[in-house]
Unconditional design. Structure first.
Length: 348
């Protein structure tokens, strides 16, 4: 079902043309979107505007695989989108329509499923993928074959091997400018660190392999975790913070963060706000609750019906002096949640 047809039928009278024109299977849900300008009515904040959203892939299937549970997005070398499901599937999506084009199953060395959360695509096309079970970072070929596994500091392993909590480990993953440094964000604090202080671990490429490198500390807002990070050309980061309150809904905030002058915390046993540790500096770009709802509907209580469990983020380009950023929500294959894509323009 073409999204333009759906919009023409369900939103007649809207003057704005669709920004997201995702084509989905016949059972795709209708999507709502707005014009491609950045008029004040689209503003989420002075730095961020919402171009549109799409629910077209919600509760659909492709090649026998459920389309959803999205935890990460990345741009592939051919300009298409890679979308990672936390149920061990890696989808290829058309960058313009969002229509699924391929799906590759993923597994660990024993053939077991991953809790796959973070995704970065290297210059040679290999896929760097985190699983938050151990946690781990593995390199995969385009067809899903394991090529390598990166070392992880013992403190970041899930207890009892380390100090991390299961399902609260490596969520975000990004390659810094030049492709020599890989950065992964923990979702929540490890034991012994103050609540809200999460560790960003990096690896440096040496002779074609990634070795452990500097680690940084980032303070998330109270009650929120870090599901995604994306590197900017100058070494700064876009950081997504997210939380959920039963009966209230989701909180999702977008920050600009700068790790370039932060302290290397790799040898700091406990992060408790000590004066000699410089945290990653951050600046709020937008609280997504303040974005226009654009006619969105929610299947559960939300402070803004546009909101859902937003977990994936990728920078897709630049236009009119602003970054083009695509977000996606993880519906957890839950009838009360929605697989939703959001197009933002972000001034940094």
């Amino acid at each position: 079902m073409r999204l333009r047809t759906v919009l023409a039928t369900l939103t007649a009278g809207l003057a704005a043309a669709a920004t997201l024109t995702a084509a989905g299977p016949a059972n795709a849900h209708p999507a709502t979107s707005t014009a491609t300008n950045t008029a004040p009515s689209n503003a989420c904040s002075p730095a961020v505007s919402l171009d549109g959203f799409s629910d077209a892939l919600d509760k659909t299937t492709f090649d026998g695989t459920f389309v959803g549970n999205f935890s990460a997005l990345a741009l592939d070398r051919d300009g298409s989108l890679a979308a990672l499901s936390d149920r061990s599937s890696l989808f290829g999506l058309d960058a313009k329509t969002l229509a699924p084009k391929s799906v590759v199953p993923l597994a660990d060395e024993n053939g077991a499923a991953l809790d796959s959360e973070g995704l970065a695509i290297d210059g040679d096309g290999t896929r760097l993928i985190t699983s938050e079970t151990e946690p781990s970072v593995r390199r995969y070929s385009r067809d899903g074959k394991i090529l390598d596994r990166l070392p992880v500091p013992s403190s970041l392993l899930v207890a009892p091997a380390g100090r991390a909590t299961s399902n609260q480990t490596f969520e975000g993953l990004t390659l810094l400018p030049g492709g020599r440094t890989l950065l992964a964000s923990m979702e929540y604090a490890i034991s012994g660190d103050s609540a809200g202080i999460v560790r960003f671990q990096t690896w440096q490429r040496h002779h074609g392999r990634f070795a452990l490198s500097a680690q940084y500390a980032y303070r998330a807002d109270s009650g929120l975790g870090v599901p995604e990070v994306q590197a900017l050309p100058d070494g700064r980061l876009l950081v997504l913070e997210r939380g959920f309150t039963t009966g209230v809904g989701n909180t999702v905030r977008l920050y600009l963060a700068d790790p370039r002058h932060a302290t290397d915390t790799g040898d700091v046993a406990n992060l408790t706000g000590q004066d000699d540790v410089r945290l990653v500096r951050k600046t709020l770009l937008a609280d997504i609750v303040n974005c226009p709802s654009l006619g969105a509907t929610a299947k559960q209580p939300q402070p803004n019906p546009l909101l859902d469990n937003i977990e994936a983020m990728v920078i897709t380009g630049r236009a009119k002096g602003r970054l083009e950023v695509l977000l996606a929500s993880d519906d957890n294959q839950n009838a009360a949640q929605t697989t939703r894509f959001y197009r933002l323009r972000v001034r940094v």
